[in-house]
Design a protein around this ligand. Structure first.
Ligand SMILES: Cc1ncc(COP(=O)(O)O)c(C=O)c1O
Length: 432
């Protein structure tokens, strides 16, 4: 490890200087907690295709891909062209605009639940409103989430995010007793917990593939069971597809599991790398947010904000989805590269790892403490996360390959099989 740190320090002399400056202005030098890694993160000056370039001109093949939002890679031409054209017209209207309607037409055709759509500027905001809407619609208070589920920093969902899922994640958050958490992929135990709060349960929010919680796909029967419980209990079933929406196919993941959620949240890919969050829902549910003809005691007062549905995000989202829709081979290509990478990393580590994921998302878990499967966040947390950090850091320092240490990797359309083979090669050379 020490060698890799010296190697990293030698090649990132410009970054360290700039990061020292960043520390003066920003807590821990960053504007998103997860962007910090030891000894200091390199500072990026540009990106293109599959690559990030830092201020010392080091090039990294990127598997972080803008928090997994850049499915077409950095700055893909059709998106860049559309954004340039829009910027000529202007970048902020603060009014209803054509660009929004175009994006909504695409989303509503691909996502059956999107009978009505509301745009915001982050996934955090989208899940915050989804929770509020569920409470308004049902007149109940409690929201259930998954142990290890991540829905952004929304106060209402900032519980049971990190192992051991029992301590509060933060001071300054109130009414945490209104959030309960259930174990992923364990229907019996989840049901036990849900039954205890059923009278006051407004909704359940779940990611169909746990992202931050370990890149773990949900079992379809588990989600079906949870959905059925919600329907019987008059609680809303909310799927957070901010990571999974348009990641594996043109649309959401839920139709492939025959699910029928009440609300779906989207973000990341549908903004094509510009700020976005989206709430999609059935008409009768979304209408609770209609301020026309509804008393304060009846409505759910949900946003936007200044920058919601801004023409830049709408344009880059529309161009990205258009490209995904017309590029018939994109999904089959990146999904099969994902299958390849899972198989090869598993082979290289020969019994020491479990590689989880789906399609173009993957994560390596170094097993320890008798873990034999990773189907929930507890098992993921019991794996050797410091070894995963070492493995990722080695690739940053030595191989010009970037994973945000400890996080899942995302393959974009800009990656090739050659890139994946290089990463496998770098994996073979990793020594603990
Ligand atoms: C599943 C999920 N929901 C919500 C969010 C929050 O989105 P944002 O970071 O845009 O606020 C994230 C972010 O990674 C996420 O993974």
């Amino acid at each position: 490890m020490t060698d890799y740190i010296s190697e990293y320090k030698k090649k990132t002399k410009g970054s360290v200087k700039l990061f020292d400056k960043s520390l003066k202005f920003h807590v821990n030098g960053v504007s998103h907690n997860i962007r910090f890694f030891e000894p200091y993160p390199f500072v990026v000056k540009s990106s293109s295709g599959k690559n990030l370039v830092d201020v010392d001109n080091n090039k990294y093949t990127d598997y972080w891909m803008g928090h997994w939002s850049l499915i077409l890679g950095h700055g893909p031409k059709p998106v860049k062209d559309a954004v340039k054209k829009q910027i000529e017209k202007s970048w902020m209207y603060g009014t209803v605009n054509e660009q929004t309607i175009k994006l909504s037409e695409l989303i509503s055709k691909a996502v059956p639940v999107a009978e009505k759509i509301r745009y915001v500027t982050s996934g955090t905001e989208a899940t915050m409103y989804a929770v509020r809407l569920a409470r308004s619609v049902t007149g109940k208070n409690i929201i259930a989430k998954i142990d290890g589920g991540w829905h952004g920093y929304t106060s209402d969902l900032l519980k049971s995010v990190n192992w051991p899922f029992t301590e509060s994640e933060s001071t300054g958050v109130v009414n945490e007793e209104k959030i309960v958490s259930i174990p992923f992929n364990d229907f019996e135990k989840s049901l036990e917990i849900l039954k205890k709060v059923s009278n006051d349960l407004a909704g359940i929010i779940i990611e169909p593939v746990l992202g931050g919680g370990g890149c773990i796909p949900a079992n379809a029967d588990y989600l079906k069971g949870i959905q059925e419980f919600c329907k019987k209990n008059n609680s809303l079933f909310i799927l957070d597809e901010i990571v999974t929406g348009f990641r594996f196919r043109f649309g959401c993941l839920y139709p492939t599991m025959n699910l029928d959620p009440d609300i779906v949240t989207l973000g990341k890919i549908v903004g094509g790398g510009m700020p976005i969050g989206v709430m999609c829902g059935k008409k009768e549910i979304m209408e609770y947010s209609n301020t026309k003809g509804k008393k304060k005691t009846e409505r759910s007062y949900i946003g936007g904000g200044t920058f919601s549905a801004n023409p830049m995000s709408m344009t880059s989202g529309f161009a990205t989805l258009t490209e995904l829709k017309s590029g018939k081979t994109i999904y089959s290509k990146i999904n099969s590269l994902g299958d390849f990478v899972r198989k090869e990393i598993t082979k290289v580590f020969d019994g020491k790892v479990i590689v989880t994921g789906k399609g173009s998302l993957f994560m390596t878990h170094f097993v320890k403490d008798g873990v034999t499967e990773v189907i929930n966040s507890s098992q993921a947390a019991k794996c050797d996360t410091s070894l995963l950090n070492k493995y990722h850091f080695k690739m940053i320092a030595h191989d010009g390959i970037f994973f945000l240490p400890g996080k899942l990797g995302a393959i974009s359309n800009a990656h090739t099989k050659e890139d994946i083979k290089k990463m496998i090669n770098a994996t073979e050379n990793f020594q603990e």
